[in-house]
Design a protein around this ligand. Structure first.
Ligand code: AMP
Length: 284
């Protein structure tokens, strides 16, 4: 496994892969790997000849009061896990390489960024699309893998790729959970043991919503009210949003459609967690 820190060297490496007629897969990450990240890598490995994983905690996507400085980092542990999965290249550039002085260009997706996390994290997705567009230009992938855990991010990246004619297949991977249901996240490491218990309210809320729908409830407001009540019954929780929305436009739905997305963002103590599920007649 190669470790590359310079975007110029990464670009040359990808050019060489392409000249050799090898397909390139990219898994963009902020590191501190867990099983969710590793699942994305396994999928990328199966689908392409050369798998590049980027590790970059992108300052541009964190708000001024968010956790950029304290975001968990463990580069040695990450390299060892990536090697075990069979990753070919880890690209881990320093901030100065990605944002040299004079940097002033950004990529903005206009509409789907306005809902859900876009409301409470106003410049977050501009940071995400800009860094992902840069990573695409640097690593030149044929395919890139993202997690459905960050459902809105996956939607926004798919939109960007389509709108800007990027010749890259976007693959989404289902949410990987702890045995008790908590969606894996690097930020779970912030949780105290009491908060860890309250964090389970997110998955319980998703299950409750599915159950209510399957029992015949078609009014999203009623489902949302029950979900909020369940979450609030757990100590140290503070709801950012609970939304039932259209799975592509991410706009709120007024009645349950063929398929709706239930998306949650909840602060547990100081840690902001997100989770989601699709609700349809076919979902259990
Ligand atoms: P992050 O390092 O948190 O920016 O995540 C990098 C990628 O891993 C993103 O595409 C995430 O959606 C994905 N990811 C993070 N957690 C999970 C999870 N529990 N299940 C599936 N994918 C995940």
């Amino acid at each position: 496994m190669k470790t590359i820190e310079s975007s110029e060297v990464m670009q040359q490496t990808s050019e060489a892969f392409r000249l050799n007629k090898q397909t390139i897969g990219l898994v963009p990450t902020m590191g501190f790997f867990h099983e969710g990240h590793l699942e994305l890598m396994r999928a990328g490995k199966r689908l392409t000849d050369q798998l590049v994983v980027s590790i970059f905690v992108n300052p541009y996507q964190f708000g001024p009061t968010e956790d950029y400085e304290m975001y968990p980092r463990d580069i040695e542990g990450d390299l060892s896990k990536a090697r075990d999965v069979g990753v070919d290249v880890v690209f881990c550039p320093p901030v100065e390489d990605m944002y040299p002085s004079g940097f002033q260009t950004s990529v903005v997706v206009q509409e789907v960024t306005k809902h859900l996390c876009g409301l409470s994290r106003p410049s977050h997705f501009e940071g995400v699309t800009t860094v992902v567009a840069k990573l695409f230009n640097i690593t030149m992938p044929h395919l890139a893998v993202f997690g459905q855990k960050d459902y809105q991010q996956l939607t926004i990246i798919s939109r960007m790729v389509k709108d800007l004619n990027m010749d890259i297949k976007i693959v989404g991977i289902p949410i990987v959970r702890e045995p008790d249901g908590l969606a894996m996240s690097s930020r779970n490491s912030y949780l105290s043991s009491e908060e860890r218990k309250s964090a389970l309210s997110l998955k319980k809320a998703l299950d409750l919503a599915k159950q209510l729908f399957h029992e015949g409830e078609t009014n999203p407001d009623k489902i949302i009210a029950e979900v909020k009540q369940l979450i609030r019954s757990h100590p140290k929780t503070e709801i950012d949003y609970v939304k039932m929305c259209h799975p592509v436009s991410l706009q709120d739905v007024e009645t349950m459609e063929e398929k709706s997305l239930l998306a949650l963002a909840v602060k547990v103590g100081k840690t902001r967690l997100i989770d989601n599920c699709l609700i349809s007649k076919a979902s259990e």
